[in-house]
Every structure is written in structure tokens, then in C-alpha cells.
Design a protein. Structure first.
Length: 289
């Protein structure tokens, strides 16, 4: 994936979080007071109007119904995983393909541990400028680690930045795996498997049937073609029934694999919120043995 396309993808994910911040408080799944700084004040002003938010959500869902709901629900889930890791005493967090993720600056207690933000230079340069503008300085506990997953060695990059494999780590890998090669996936998981036992990994993945064109999900083929046309080809996917076996070869044990039904049961139904959520993507939560 080209750097400019990577840049655009980061904004698409940030847009989803931005819209959610202007939803009614009683419905909001998470609070991200910093995401608005990645956009102009004019765009943030427009988000105050519910009909414009509905238009943007409609645009998200034109190809695959529930694409926007999927984005905000996965943010909530990964937030919860991170909060639990902090409660359990984790001292290192590594965000692979961090994009414009604001978790290192908004999650309570995260300022007390080391956070490694890994992405392409064009993303990290933009992020640094925005965070400095709204926070003042990049916190001392946050370390930027520029990388191209397809051509650089993740282990070499992170260890040079001070990541300690001998201490437990939480790896967050959100919205990345479909864009990189199988070789890059393999190399990344081999590195993660070297982390201290008890370390965790949470990652999103696209259904393999969507990638290989065998899915009967309405809009799936169109979405894949849309990204291909934008030079963002989706290369990698998994079959949910095979995730556990796939991970076991890397000495990784699946804790849970969640998707639409989990989000509805745990996030939406308790607050009476109706939201379309696509089944095109799932999340795996994993323990390093």
C-alpha cells in the first residue's frame, strides 16, 4: 500500500471515531476528545448537526451495510482490552499500524507505561504535529517507530527503540492485516511470539471468503474492488473456524474471537441502541504462551 493511500486510510478510520463523538452521550460507545484535532474546526462544527452525521454514516454504509458500526464497535472493544491490560499491570503497549489512534493520549493510566506507536513515517509525522498542537509535547512515555511492514523487520525496528521482549507487552494491531502480505503477517507474528509469556495480542482481520471472492455477503466484492482501485488491495484474510489453528503455529493461544453478535449483546442491547454492524471483519484476542 502506498504511503498516500495509507494516509487516507488513517483518516477514514478517524472519521468514524469523530462522528461517534458527536452522538448523544447516552449512546456514545467511547470518548475520544482528541480525534477532532486531526480535522479542521469547520468539519468538527458540521459534526454537531445530526442530519450531517447521518449522511456520513450512510456514505460509510453505501458499499457494505454496517461498515461504520463495525468501526466504532471495534474501537470500544480494543479500548476495553487496553484498559484491562493496564489494570493487570502491563508496562508496555505496542500499536502496530497506529494511524491516528489517540489511545496513547486519552486512556487513563497509559501515561505510566511505555507506548510504542508503529506506522509509516508520513503518518507519524502528521500525528506528531497534531498531538503537539493539542497536548503540547509528545509525552516521554510515547515512542514513535517508523516502519514499512512489507519491507522492514519489525523486531529490529522495535528493539532499537527500546521495546523489551523480556517484559509483558500488549500488541494492538487494528485495521492492518488485510493490507499487508502473507510474508509480512508471518514475520510479524513470529516476532510477537518471542514476547514474554503472558503478553497479549489483539488484532482485526477480514474474512478470508471476502478476500478470495467466495463470500455471498452483499457488497463484499464491491468493497474489495473499491480498495483495489485505490491501490489498497486486500491481501490477507482468515476463516474464523481456522483462526485457533493458524495462531497455534506461532505459539499463540486464542482467548476469544468476536464479531457482530458480541458487539450487539455487550455494547448495543444494554443501552437500547440500534446499529447496523457488518460481519466483514472480526477481532481475535490472543495470549502469547
Amino acid at each position: 500500500m502506498g504511503s498516500n493511500q495509507n494516509y487516507k486510510t488513517a483518516y477514514v478510520a478517524a472519521y468514524a471515531r469523530l462522528i461517534e463523538q458527536y452522538q448523544p452521550k447516552e449512546e456514545r460507545l467511547f470518548n475520544d476528545s482528541l480525534v477532532k484535532y486531526f480535522f479542521s474546526s469547520y468539519i468538527s462544527f458540521l459534526m454537531k448537526f445530526s442530519f450531517l452525521r447521518k449522511v456520513l454514516i450512510f456514505m460509510y454504509n453505501t458499499t457494505v451495510v454496517g461498515l461504520w458500526g463495525l468501526q466504532v464497535c471495534r474501537t470500544k472493544y480494543i479500548d476495553d482490552i487496553l484498559k484491562k491490560a493496564l489494570e493487570d499491570g502491563i508496562k508496555q503497549v505496542t500499536i502496530l499500524g497506529t494511524g491516528f489512534d489517540t489511545r496513547p493520549y486519552r486512556i487513563s493510566g497509559i501515561n505510566e507505561i511505555k507506548v510504542f506507536e508503529v506506522d509509516m513515517s508520513i503518518i507519524l509525522d502528521k500525528k506528531e504535529a497534531v498531538i503537539k498542537k493539542c497536548v503540547g509535547l509528545i509525552p516521554n512515555n510515547v515512542i514513535f517507530a517508523p516502519i514499512d511492514f512489507n519491507i522492514q523487520n519489525l523486531g529490529e525496528v522495535l528493539e532499537a527503540k527500546g521495546l523489551k521482549l523480556s517484559e509483558p507487552i500488549l500488541f494492538i494491531w487494528e485495521g492492518v492485516t488485510q493490507y499487508i502480505t502473507e510474508e509480512a503477517i508471518d514475520n510479524t507474528l513470529k516476532f510477537i511470539s518471542k514476547a514474554s509469556p503472558g503478553s497479549k495480542l489483539v488484532f482485526t482481520y477480514i474474512l478470508k471468503s471476502v478476500i478470495d471472492g467466495t463470500s455471498n455477503m452483499i457488497g463484499a466484492e464491491g468493497l474489495v474492488n473499491l480498495f483495489k482501485a485505490g491501490e489498497q488491495s486486500w491481501n490477507f484474510g482468515l476463516n474464523p473456524l481456522e483462526v485457533s489453528d493458524f495462531l497455534s503455529q506461532y505459539n499463540l493461544r486464542l482467548i476469544e474471537d468476536i464479531g457482530t453478535s458480541f458487539y450487539k449483546e455487550n455494547y448495543l442491547n444494554p443501552i437500547g441502541r440500534k446499529l447496523d454492524i457488518s460481519e466483514i471483519e472480526r477481532i481475535a484476542y490472543v495470549r502469547i504462551l
